[in-house]
Design a protein around this ligand. Structure first.
Ligand code: GLN
Length: 499
């Protein structure tokens, strides 16, 4: 098997190769590290690598495999978004504020991957404090979309997205506050899942907007996402919003006996608001073709309406900045993070440290958040937004009375050019028009590769009811059994000895 096939293998294939001793975890990890050495300088997907630590984990995984107590992800190299604290790793959240921060403990998600014996390949680039849709707000520079280096990978999980698309990892983690797993999955052509709020612990995941933030898998297929979810999900008493539910096997629906109509009886709701003005025509054509494929699989189409969709962006841009302004008040230069070199007194130290440590988009959010929470405006903005948030959630409750899953585009366009929207925050904010409502409602959503427009990937979004991840994964999986969009990868020129 060539190395290219190796980096393109599914998690189950890799797991079998490790179990059969066809390859060791050290060899597999080294293959990815070589690919990262060759391609990362151009793509900028990783912002922290520590080969000694990574290879030590791979060695330990090999010992565990040899001892016969491996789990499905033991020895598999995973990229971690730099929003997760990982003990003794630089953990920056894409910000100058944390550029010198070495995490003293593991996030729950990292603990889970470590317990599963997975290998941490490195920390991936991201928009500063996860605020953005193009990865251009990162203190560590933009990330290239592997399908076209002039274009953005999406954001905020842009580094993980580029790493999955360019096969610089077997799979990656991301977080999604308003679309940051699904929009980059759409723009880079792979499968990403944002779980139901509360399914994955936020402990040790640097907070942006706590009532919306949720971590999830970014991987090559629905099956791979299911295996990742088995590791990531689960109750954690250190996160007060973590839900105490019975542990699920997210692969359980995938094993269903195959028939020519494996989705017979499934009702797919198509919200008319998701196919209205603002959606790129070519993206619409790809999504319609995907829906036609679902009909062949036996699914039934139902017209639905999510009437408050148009309010989701204004509501989000009141609530998310409000929560961010509170969460980010901890960065004061006192205990950790950036501290200005020169200052006159304590207040000056706070001011200078925050002025120097935060980038423009983060400052914009802190200002908006502080404004909407201020005494004179709280009722008019924050309270009103909370009321509309409830209406948006209620729209979904109504919709799920007539359908099992909802489908539509994940993003209104394909990957745009770097620099194209960076000076127009409102145009940038519109990238998440189809994803933000699910965060506001706390629902799970996925993006699944569904085709291309002018050589650029297009993602189909699948939204499920609360805790319906296993079914959603199967809905995506059945589509991936009859299409090969998810197996396509960008052509990247590699030095001969590594390719
Ligand atoms: N693009 C949205 C924002 O900038 C969502 C980001 C996210 O999901 N982390 O806030």
């Amino acid at each position: 098997m060539t190395n290219n096939n190796l980096t393109n293998s599914s998690l189950i294939q890799l797991s079998q190769m490790l179990a059969n001793k066809a390859i060791s975890s050290v060899e597999l990890t080294q293959t990815f590290l070589n690919r990262i050495d060759a391609l990362n300088p151009a793509i900028n997907a990783y912002i922290a690598l520590d080969k000694d630590k990574t290879l030590a984990q791979a060695k330990a995984a090999d010992v565990r495999i040899a001892a016969g107590n491996a789990e499905p992800l033991t020895g598999i190299p995973i990229a971690q978004k730099d929003i997760f604290c990982a003990k003794d790793w630089q953990t920056t959240c894409g910000s100058k504020m944390l550029a010198n921060f070495i995490a003293p403990y593991d996030a729950h998600v990292i603990t889970q991957f470590n317990a599963a014996g997975a290998v941490n390949l490195g920390k991936t680039n991201m928009d500063e404090f996860a605020m953005g849709s193009s990865n251009e707000t990162s203190y560590f520079g933009g990330v290239k979309n592997p399908w076209d280096f002039d274009r953005v990978p999406g954001g905020s999980s842009g580094g993980s997205a580029a790493a999955v698309a360019a096969r610089l990892c077997a799979a990656a983690t991301g977080t999604d506050t308003g679309g940051s797993i699904r929009q980059p999955a759409s723009l880079c052509g792979f499968t990403g899942l944002k779980p139901t709020y509360g399914v994955v612990s936020r402990y040790g995941m640097i907070a942006f907007a706590s009532s919306l933030d949720q971590a999830g898998p970014m991987a090559k297929s629905a099956e791979d996402c299911a295996l990742m979810m088995n590791v990531m999900a689960g109750f954690d008493e250190r996160d007060s919003t973590s839900l105490n539910r019975v542990k699920e096997d997210y692969t359980r629906e995938l094993a269903k006996p195959s028939s020519s109509q494996p989705l017979a009886g499934l009702k797919i709701g198509l919200p008319k608001e998701y196919f209205a003005q603002g959606l790129d025509d070519n993206v619409a054509t790809v999504i319609e073709a995907a829906i036609a494929e679902y009909k062949k699989l036996g699914a039934e189409i139902v017209e639905i309406s999510l009437p408050n969709t148009g309010l989701s962006i204004p509501v989000y841009y009141v609530l998310a900045p409000a929560e961010a302004s509170s969460n980010l008040s901890r960065y004061d230069g006192v205990r950790y993070g950036h501290r200005a070199a020169e200052y006159t007194d304590l207040m000056d130290m706070y001011n200078k440290s925050r002025a120097e440590g935060f980038g423009a988009e983060v400052k914009r959010r802190i200002l908006i958040g502080t404004y909407v929470l201020s005494a004179g405006y709280y009722d008019a903005y924050y309270l009103k937004a909370q009321q509309i948030r409830r209406l948006i959630a209620q729209d979904f409750v109504e919709a799920f009375k007539t359908c099992d899953v909802i489908m539509g585009p994940a993003a209104p366009s394909t990957a745009f050019k770097a620099g194209e929207k960076v000076d127009d925050p409102v145009a940038m904010y519109l990238q998440d028009i189809y994803t933000i409502s699910t965060n506001l409602a706390g629902l799970p959503g996925m993006s699944v590769p569904a085709g291309f427009s002018h050589g650029l990937p297009v993602g189909l979004q699948i939204i499920g009811n609360y805790f319906d991840e296993a079914r959603m994964l199967n809905v995506a999986h059945q589509y991936q059994q009859v299409t090969d969009w998810h197996t396509q990868m960008p052509e990247l020129t590699m030095p001969k000895d590594i390719a």
